[in-house]
Design a protein around this ligand. Structure first.
Ligand SMILES: O=C(O)CCC(=O)C(=O)O
Ligand SMILES: [Fe+2]
Length: 367
């Protein structure tokens, strides 16, 4: 049963399946409609995928109210800055409410991304092989040239700032994306100003040091189709993100897990909130004070999941080195080797996803 849309299944052959999108693979397995719908061995991920469910009534994951962070009341603002710093330091993860992005726009960006994935494969940009820094990249897993086990995921990655790139299909993609990316960038700039202050720096110090006016913003749409064997597959393997902050929204289906105090935790996002995780360049800039959070996405056998991650980083040509803090929190010897953001990105995207391996390569010492 080896066709382009139905790769060989692992039960009766050791042959390497042809790389195809997981969407097609999922469809072909479901259409088989018998008991042998096991996933190819290339997707068999041997790890414990269970995670803790937090009590939704006493959810300890920090919530940041963006309207307080930008309040003209200095007391409200400094309290929000303090909460933000604590969230970055203790969790590397928080939920943002009162962010000002219309719910309709969030829904529209998820819908239009779903439409993109549902286009016939011939209508999409070229699948393979591609340069990892191409501004429009449609692919599967993470990096099929390097992945030892494939992720149960198709993706579309677009560089959307400082230059905006978008496929010309579906029709509404460009307009919706432009608006969503612009609004997300405004949210991120506000958060980063607060984070700069929480590090004891001037509000605009990070903006200037990392040249955020021309900051690189990458839109990532993740499609996690229904998986017949979710307990042995992984949507996206454990990793930290490369930029400063990643904003994430999803359709109604959960799957994101974060690592906190050595445990995996299921993240259940309240409606209309935006999930934010700290990424490697915030760890570098804060000289290790705000560690990038390790996260992964699991899959399920009932519903397709879509997530939209917006990675926000320094400007591509900025050489990032730790900031010296007025309070001394970032002072002292730098713990990371200064490196151009673009080069870090290239190295992270060219390797396999492996926890914080990319950051470890430039880390001088543990602290
Ligand atoms: O889909 C998710 O929840 C996580 C996606 C993610 O980690 C990423 O795109 O970097
Ligand atoms: Fe991520």
């Amino acid at each position: 049963m080896e066709t382009s849309s139905a790769p060989m299944l692992h039960s009766n052959s050791a042959a390497v399946p042809k790389i195809t999108c997981v969407r097609k693979l999922s469809e072909s397995l479901i259409n088989l409609n018998n008991n042998s719908n096991n996933i190819p061995s290339t997707y068999a991920y041997h790890t414990e995928t269970t995670a803790l469910d937090l009590d939704p009534l006493h959810n300890p994951i920090p919530t940041i109210d963006l309207s307080l962070l930008t309040s003209s009341n200095p007391h409200h603002k400094s309290k929000a800055v303090q909460q933000l710093g604590k969230a970055c330091q203790e969790w590397g993860f928080f939920m943002v409410v009162n962010h000002g992005i219309p719910e309709d726009l969030m829904r529209a960006v998820i819908e239009v991304s779903h439409e993109f994935f549902n286009l016939a494969e011939e209508e999409k940009p070229e699948f393979e092989p591609q340069n990892v820094l191409d501004p429009i990249r449609y692919g599967t897993s993470f990096n099929t040239a390097k992945d030892k086990v494939f992720c149960w995921r198709d993706f579309l990655k677009l560089f959307v700032h400082p230059q905006f790139h978008c496929p010309d299909k579906p029709h509404a993609f460009r307009e919706v994306l432009l608006e969503y990316c612009e609004r997300s960038r405004q949210v991120v700039r506000k958060l980063l100003k607060g984070i700069s202050q929480s590090l004891g720096l001037e509000e605009c110090e990070m903006d200037k040091a990392l040249e955020l006016d021309s900051g690189l913003q990458i839109f990532v749409a993740n499609l996690y189709p229904v998986c017949p064997n979710p307990e042995i597959a992984m949507g996206i393997a454990p990793h930290s993100d490369h930029g400063l902050l990643t904003l994430l929204i999803q359709n109604e289906v959960g799957g994101l897990q974060i690592q906190h105090d050595g445990e995996w935790i299921n993240v259940n996002a309240p409606p209309n909130s935006i999930l934010v995780n700290t990424a490697d360049h915030l760890e570098i800039y804060s000289n290790g004070k705000y560690k990038s959070v390790v996260h992964r996405a699991v899959v399920n056998n009932e519903k397709t999941r879509i997530s939209i991650a917006i990675a926000n980083g320094p400007s591509a040509d900025t050489i990032v080195c730790p900031a010296a803090s007025k309070e001394g929190s970032g002072a002292g010897a730098p713990n990371y080797v200064p490196m151009k953001y673009k080069e870090y990105l290239l190295s992270q995207q060219s390797n396999q996803l492996n926890g914080k391996a990319s950051l470890k390569r430039i880390q001088i010492r543990d602290h």
